[in-house]
Structures are given as C-alpha cells and as structure tokens.
Design a protein. Sequence first.
Length: 135
Amino acid sequence: MSAFTYPARFTAGSDGRILVEFADLPRVSTDGKDDHEAMEEAIDALGSDLSIRLSRKEEIPAPSAAKRGQRLVPVPLWLAPKLALYLAMRDQRVNNSELARRLGVHERVIRRMLDPEHASKAEKIQLLSRLWASK
C-alpha cells in the first residue's frame, strides 16, 4: 500500500463507458470512453478531490489496500510532494509558522508549497523536507 495510490473499481457501463469509483473516497467518481481515458480521468478526479481537501486543511484519507477487481490510481505528480509535506506536518503536529522557523524561511514559502494552486517545484519541497529531517 502506498500513500500516493488509491484503489478504485473500473466497471464497464451499459453504454460502453468505463465508470471509476474510489473505495476510500465515496463521493469521487468519474468515467471515460475506454480504459486509458478512464484512468486519466480518475487521476484528475483524485487530484481535484485531494487538492480541495489540502486547501481546506481537511483530513486526507489513507488509502486502503487494493482488493480483488480494483486498480490503483496514482495521485498526480504535481500534487504528491505537497501531500507528502502536508501529511508529514500533520503527523508531527507542526504548523506552517513552526516549520518556517525551524527551516529559517519565511512562512509564505511553506504556505505556497502547500497551496495546490501554486506551481511549486518538487525539488524545492524535497530540499525543505531534507532540511527538516536533518534538524
């Protein structure tokens, strides 16, 4: 099981479209005209839901293990580093200001890295994560 893949059921509808429903996110579903499009749409729907949760500072459900008949859908690459930082901060009960203080950066830097709308570079988030881990 990975924190960055979520199990989903891909089911062919009577119209031939592929319906995608997430096991851990019951309000998230999408579809596509074929398996390829359904997976692309599933990644997009997953990213949309998780980015909304992140921007609202809501709980991010942990993905369950995939069961028979389910496929794993990855979190979009642009969102995964932001989620990793957010989850690590929540696990350690560290807020933006405290992390900024520990790393010697302005709180705005942390806020931007957690903002799903801000185009943060994954390398910068990784660098801050390494700094944080070394302190």
